[in-house]
Design a protein around this ligand. Structure first.
Ligand code: SF4
Length: 241
């Protein structure tokens, strides 16, 4: 696993997406599809031929599901998501990570009455409001028995993780933090990252720092100080956690 990368292989059963939040403004997926003149630049394309790929891989692998889309995009039908979940159940040797900026649909997935113990459901939050909103959506996911995590990438404003303790009846299994990359990247203040790290320590949540992002790297290269931060791999959810 390379530095900052927490998954081994993508599992792109769907490609293409639409912007749905301020965090999407510099989406690298849209940029890549545009450069490639890929038809998925303008619509979500399903790839049913890729559904069975994890079944052919016997080596335990961390898959990032739909890293060129958002698996909760409205153009990916429930029936297709059910097929993906069925593959996950058939592949206990692997771990599947998903991320979405559309957490409101997660409740529909829970209602599908599917379960996959090797599925980690993540939500992206970029500021305090999006964090608090996603806390509620993840709650239903936890109650259905899935592992959960937050990705604060790109982190665009401070997030007070401890502030959510009063609305949680669960503890997320993991928090990832990262800055934005590429043209137009917006800066992430180091103090925001340290606050999340301290909150994770207080709440006993594993913390993974991915990278500063291009804009922040330029800023901190001119400052004094040591900005190295720890990584913590996801753990299995504790008994009763
Ligand atoms: S949800 Fe993700 S993939 Fe879709 S436009 Fe936003 S950043 Fe890009």
């Amino acid at each position: 696993m390379s530095d900052g990368k927490w998954w081994d292989l993508p599992w792109n059963t769907a490609t293409g997406c639409d912007k749905c939040s301020p965090a999407c403004d510099n989406c690298w997926v849209k940029r890549q599809l545009h450069w490639l003149k890929h038809p998925a630049e303008h619509k979500v394309i399903l790839h049913p031929e890729k559904l069975d790929l994890p079944k052919k891989n016997k080596k335990p692998t961390r898959y990032f599901v739909c890293n060129r889309s958002d698996w909760m995009h409205p153009d990916i039908p429930d029936s297709f998501i059910l097929k993906m979940l069925a593959v996950m159940v058939e592949c206990p040797q692997h771990t599947f990570f998903t991320l979405t900026k559309r957490p409101e649909r997660l409740e529909d997935v829970v209602a599908l009455d599917a379960s996959a113990e090797n599925l980690w459901i993540g939500v992206t939050a970029w500021d305090q409001d999006s964090f608090l909103e996603s806390c509620h959506s993840l709650g239903s996911v936890v109650n259905a028995g899935f592992h959960t995590f937050f990705s604060f990438e790109p982190l665009l404003a401070p997030i007070d993780v401890v502030s959510a303790r009063s609305i949680w009846n669960y503890r997320p299994d993991w928090i990832v933090v990262g800055g934005e990359n590429g043209p137009g990247a917006r800066p992430m203040e180091p103090e925001w990252v340290y606050k999340v790290k301290l909150d994770c320590e207080e709440l006993d949540i594993p913390f993974w720092f991915k990278q500063w992002g291009t804009a922040t790297e330029k800023i901190i290269s001119k400052r004094e100080g040591n900005y190295r931060l720890p990584k913590a791999l996801p753990r299995q959810r504790p008994e009763g956690g």
